[in-house]
Design a protein around this ligand. Sequence first.
Ligand code: SF4
Ligand code: SF4
Length: 153
Amino acid sequence: MSLATLCQRCALCCDGNLFATVPLQPGEVGAVRRRGLVVLDRDAGAALAQPCAALQAQSCAIYDDRPAPCRRYECMLYAALAADEVGLADALAVVAEARARLAAVTDALPGDGPPLVRARVAAREGHLSPETHALVVRASEFLERRFRGHTRR
Ligand code: SF4
Ligand code: SF4
């Protein structure tokens, strides 16, 4: 139950903050498209675009039929809670800290979509100030250290 609570209050692995895409197996593409979700055709193979359109009110609307990479994925925080290395309250505090760091980037770089994606675009176009860059590093480092680790979808 606490694992479900954590994910329902987090959703960072589905809202584009942790991942830009979710790779799909060839056999999953048709079902995902029929659900009305956006599938990207990349050289490396088909992928589900993120933020995921199946994410509704912090929950996966196709949870029982979600693609295999979504089923397999556990971030470091999820794994730590599952192993009782951290309690739910502390895990939720980590999510709140991640959201606060991302919000700081959003405040400095208003717009739609995941703030770190906007920051990458701004950096490419030469519009990222040193102050905002520091906020981006602060948020990225936290996501890497507390969530992503070595686990990729
Ligand atoms: S990032 Fe981790 S805690 Fe957050 S929704 Fe995904 S698996 Fe759950
Ligand atoms: S299909 Fe569900 S679990 Fe997979 S990225 Fe989309 S919302 Fe998340």
